[in-house]
Design a protein around this ligand. Structure first.
Ligand code: BES
Ligand code: ZN
Length: 642
């Protein structure tokens, strides 16, 4: 036992000795070897969401060879894992959820003993593989298939697509869903390179979050085609992603392009015209884009998030298609994750603000670079309002308002908006030039490595503060990172950002007429400021006046429609019910769907029957991420009878 610990320690140290990780990787790359990313060993980097024990044995590379079986809604085939084990290690533990394991062997086909442990409702079950006699095998091969209800995967019928003729498949790995289709160590601190060969029935095309090696696919027999992919940079396993469907590609710029169903291509490309410029702006801010291509895919409307930063291929909801690019901050956001999140990654999910808060700050910097300080200042002010409402909702002293938070609150007003405000506060305190230089070096020094809050603060102290006691005092780093609420030194948004809107809002709220509000001439951010600044309780006649004056229920902008519907439903405004039904049936983004059902549910005898009626119809079309959130809101009453 002592031996094992000693060697485990040696393995961990060899893999993570501070700044040398990248030097080792550069050397490995020069020798044509795969990079092996370090694993952090501190107590703050222990991931409670994984069964893996990477200090004993870890996965360094995943090779998938899978068939997408649309008829049975399964991915089926093999995963071959490269394993690095400490000397004396006898087994490796993987994560799995719902996987049907058929066989486990070494690379030579020799069977290995394995056991699936008891399954937990969120974490799934540990898959423990014995190494047998002698040294640990360099590779293990698992023959398996995913369950038809694998939470990472959504299998769409042709009717659920824009084209209506072909089925569709997409995955969503973050945070811990990829274990429902890939048997590996599903922890963001255990980075892995990967490759894949995926077959699907023609004419479907397969895309993944890595380099495409077979743009046209290869014949795989039985009317199927095989597509091969490679990711030769070590990534967190939640970033392995797949989509397959009747999709087409259009170039946006030299290294950018969009995939979507043919019927969506024109609209998508028009909304995404600035993508290449965003990549250029991001590089000017924080250094080179390190992933080769930056493509995006606009998915069918049931995609449960706004966007997902899958490397080389951002996944997007079609609900950002507003027709006027007013919601393209989403692209800036997902692109920014190519640095914050994908290059430097939260070691565990309680450190999620290191991904999302950094990215929200970075997103705003890209928006400023492309569209100027006015739009950036308005979006900052909206973000600040989100912090205030999160604090009001959770309570100023609630544990869930801490940036590093393991309470499970997972409030976006904290993780995203308070996180961004922290960085903006540092920027305003030390000056933009100095902070930009620091962030560029931070991404460079920690590229392809995990990060914790404590390491980030240590890095700030070593490379930015450098012993300046007065600066340390002004920044209040520990207060920001570990305490609830909002420190007094927070950089507040520019009060001028919405001065005109706030004047119109005050006049309207004092009894003014809707016709006096210059809504039609406002930007999306201004409209959102107005809608969210209306009192939460309003008489139906006033709501009808707004609806008629600005055609709110007919808005084609998902964000303003959502803001309006929230207000309308909270006031039992019946004429909005057809619009809410259309919206809830037409898209499945959790951020819109779950709060609308929650508002309806909160409206007792008026709203509950409406919620139940709509959900009975829409639930089958939602991704599990969305339906499980709504199930929690509606309780058992919301679920179909068994
Ligand atoms: N990485 C997130 C999506 C995510 C978060 C998936 C947590 C699973 C768990 C993505 O980058 C994101 O933040 N998307 C936002 C859009 C953004 C503009 C704030 C979304 O989905 O709304
Ligand atoms: Zn994000």
């Amino acid at each position: 036992m002592r031996r094992l610990i000693a060697f485990a320690f040696a393995l961990a140290v060899a893999a993570c000795s501070g700044g040398t990780g990248n030097d080792q990787n550069a050397a490995a790359e020069a020798r044509g070897e795969r990079q092996v990313a370090p694993i952090l060993t501190g107590a703050d980097a222990v991931d409670s969401q994984t069964y893996a024990r990477p200090e004993v044995a870890r996965v360094t590379h995943v090779a998938l060879d899978l068939d997408a079986d649309f008829a049975n809604r399964r991915m089926a085939g093999t995963a071959t894992l490269d394993v690095q084990a400490a000397q004396g290690a006898r087994e490796i533990v993987l994560d799995s959820k719902g996987l049907e394991i058929e066989a486990v062997t070494d690379a030579g086909g020799q069977p290995l003993r394995y056991a699936l442990g008891t399954s937990d409702a969120t974490k799934g079950a540990p898959l423990t593989i014995q190494f047998g006699a002698g040294a640990a095998p360099a590779q293990i091969r698992i023959r398996y298939r995913s369950a038809p209800d694998a939470e990472a995967l959504q299998w769409l019928t042709p009717q659920q697509t824009a084209g209506g003729r072909h089925p569709y498949l997409f995955s969503q790995g973050q945070a811990i869903l990829n274990r429902t289709w890939i048997p590996t160590q599903d922890s963001p601190g255990i980075r892995q390179t990967w490759e894949a060969r995926i077959t699907a029935p023609a004419p479907l095309k397969v895309v993944m979050s890595g380099e495409r090696l077979t743009p046209e696919g290869e014949d795989a027999g039985n009317g199927r085609r095989a597509y091969r992919f490679r990711m030769d940079r070590p990534v967190a396993p939640y970033l392995i992603a797949i989509a397959a469907g009747d999709i087409a590609f259009r170039e946006l710029g030299p290294r950018t392009g969009v995939w979507t169903e043919p019927a969506m291509l024109d609209r998508a490309a028009a909304e995404l015209v600035d993508t290449e410029r965003m990549v250029e702006a991001a590089e000017r801010l924080y250094g080179p884009y390190r992933w080769g291509r930056y493509d995006v895919i606009v998915l069918p409307p049931s995609f449960p998030y706004g966007g997902m930063e899958n490397p080389t291929l951002t996944f997007l909801t079609p609900t950002f298609l507003a027709g006027d690019r007013s919601l393209n901050g989403l692209i800036a956001h997902e692109l920014a994750h190519s640095w914050s999140g994908n290059l430097v990654t939260n070691a565990t999910w309680p450190d999620g603000w290191l991904n999302e808060g950094f990215t929200s700050y970075f997103e705003n910097r890209i928006m400023e670079a492309l569209y100027g300080p006015q739009r950036a200042a308005q979006e900052q002010a909206l973000s600040f309002a989100e912090i205030e409402s999160a604090l009001a909702e959770l309570g100023q002293n609630a544990p869930g308002t801490r940036l590093r938070d393991d309470s499970g609150a997972d409030s976006s007003g904290i993780v995203y908006d308070k996180g961004a405000a922290f960085l903006r506060t540092i920027e305003r305190t030390v000056g933009r030039e100095r902070f930009d230089a620091y962030l560029t070096s931070y991404f460079d020094r920690h590229a392809f490595q995990p990060m914790t809050t404590a390491r980030f603060l240590a890095d700030l102290r070593a490379n930015l503060i450098r012993g300046d006691a007065a600066l340390e005092q002004r920044l209040q780093l520990d207060r920001w990172a570990y305490q609830p609420g909002l420190p007094e030194n927070v950089a507040r948004p520019d009060p001028a950002a919405f001065a005109a809107v706030d004047r119109a809002l005050a006049a309207y709220n004092a009894g003014g007429e809707a016709g006096a509000v210059p809504y039609a001439g406002w930007t999306t951010a201004e409209r959102l400021r107005f809608l969210n600044g209306l009192p939460r309780e309003m008489p139906v006649t006033r709501l009808a006046g707004l609806d008629q004056a600005f055609s709110l229920s007919a808005s084609g902008n998902s964000e303003t429609l959502f803001a309006w519907l929230q207000l309308a439903l909270a006031n039992r405004y019946q004429p909005a019910v057809p619009a809410v039904e259309r919206f809830l049936a037409g898209q499945g983004r959790r951020k819109f769907v779950s709060p609308l059902f929650e508002t309806l549910w909160g409206e007792g005898e008026w709203g509950r029957p409406i919620a139940q009626r709509i959900y009975a119809r829409t639930r089958p079309s939602y991704h599990s991420v969305t339906s499980s959130a709504v199930d929690r809101v509606l309780g058992r009453a919301g679920q179909p009878a068994p």
